[in-house]
Design a protein around this ligand. Structure first.
Ligand code: AOF
Ligand code: ZN
Length: 388
């Protein structure tokens, strides 16, 4: 078992963090940090919708909390209003702290602006605007027109970072792509063709947060064959029954043996085989046909295909060839480097990562470090406030 403070820290890192601790903040920022805490509970469940968090506050007292956990279910604002009402508290005159601008459109659910107005909420504090063309500032304008005071940009950078995967997906149709690499102190991943345990077990357990935070995981052919992983989501916290975690294997010519563990059926964790040519079907495996491309198939098409299926966060778990290809095509958004102390051999990997990739976090844990680097060119338009 992973002790609670460590698992909470790992979870935040897997979800775009670290995020500010409400205990370190006062006033608006304190309550927005609480809204972000709520929001963190929805990651891995709400896709392709954003896992928004909301807190209703009156005179310093929290009346209700809510998080959006499933596309088609009520949004965070409605959940927090319901929570207050269930507790016998009237939300009239309260302030809503929301990580994302309230929606003003009829989607799978009615507009949150209506719900907030109906409940008599007096003020709305927004972390970051919703770039969905059906919202895009409209939620803020409607609230203001109807006499609700609106403030924006409170913990805006943190909220922007938190919602960046949704921003990318709604604007481009592509999932947010996180690469995970296990390295030794010399940046080596082991001898090609041999299974190597690079990451110590303690750190490996924390890395599982990345799978839970994602809608799917992708590996290349060599990784599937040599490591023979199950690629399952094994993060210890309970997930909701509707969660779908897709296990995706690049096997463009359909040559991988049918005996691999990855092809085995797992409840709620369907397996996809990415093919660029005709191949004999495998039981319990869905084939995804994508056009051929360098190294096997067009990775951009593959990502589009996954995005169209509602994958807004994709984790890529190696090998070096796949990582390099995604980086070279500018398709990767962040890198999670797990470094253990043991020397594993092989050649150092040289990733095409430029100087501008900035370090978001570097944490030392028992047995190794977890370092997170961000792609500045991709992340930039999705940040709030926008970077110059
Ligand atoms: C909010 N609060 O908690 C979320 C929002 O089809 P629907 O009705 O679920 O609408 C989905 C869109 O609503 C989504 O694309 C995004 O723009 C916004 N998400 N908005 O006010 C929430 N999850
Ligand atoms: Zn809404």
């Amino acid at each position: 078992m992973i002790p609670e403070p460590l698992s909470a820290r790992a979870w935040a890192l897997a979800c775009g963090g670290p995020y500010p601790d409400p205990a370190d903040l006062v006033g608006d920022e304190h309550f927005m940090a609480l809204a972000l805490r709520e929001a963190l509970k929805g990651v891995g469940h709400a896709s392709p919708n954003p896992p928004v968090g909301c807190v209703l506050v009156r005179e310093g007292e929290v009346l209700g909390r809510g998080v959006h956990t499933r596309a088609g279910d009520p949004h965070a604002e409605v959940m927090s209003l319901r929570h207050a009402e269930e507790g016998g508290l009237d939300p009239a005159g309260s302030t809503a702290f929301v990580t994302l601008e309230p929606c003003c459109h009829q989607g799978r659910t009615p507009p949150c602006t209506d719900a907030l107005l109906r409940a008599g909420v007096a003020e709305v504090v927004v972390g970051v605007r919703d770039p969905n063309p059906r919202v895009a500032g409209g939620g803020i304008s409607i609230l203001r027109q109807r006499g609700v005071k609106v403030r924006e940009g409170v913990l805006g950078e943190a909220c922007g970072r938190f919602h960046a995967p949704f921003f990318k997906w709604i604007l481009s149709g592509l999932p947010w792509v996180s690469l995970k690499l296990a390295l030794d102190p010399q940046d080596r991943m082991g001898v090609p063709g041999f299974r190597t345990e690079v990451t110590p077990p303690e750190l490996q357990a924390l890395a599982h947060a990345l799978r839970r935070a994602s809608d799917g995981v992708l590996v290349g052919r060599a990784t599937a064959q040599v490591d023979d992983p199950r690629l399952s989501d094994r993060w210890p916290a309970r997930s909701l029954p509707h969660r779908v975690f897709r296990r995706v294997v690049l096997d463009t010519r359909g040559r991988l043996p049918a005996t691999l563990q990855i092809w085995r059926r797992l409840e709620g964790q369907p397996c996809f085989r990415v093919l660029a040519e005709e191949a004999r079907p495998l039981p319990d495996v869905e084939d995804l046909r994508v056009p051929p491309g360098p190294g096997g198939c067009s990775l951009r098409h593959l990502l589009q295909e996954l995005g169209a299926r509602g994958v807004s966060r994709l984790l890529v778990e190696g090998g070096p060839t796949l990582h390099r290809a995604l980086l070279a095509e500018g398709l990767a958004d962040e890198l999670h480097l797990f470094r253990g102390a043991a020397e594993v051999g092989g050649a150092p990997i040289h990733l095409p990562v430029t100087q501008e990739w900035s370090r978001r976090a570097r944490l030392s844990f028992q047995g190794g470090t977890w370092e997170i680097l961000e792609n500045p060119t991709l992340a930039h338009p999705f940040h709030w406030p926008p970077r110059p």
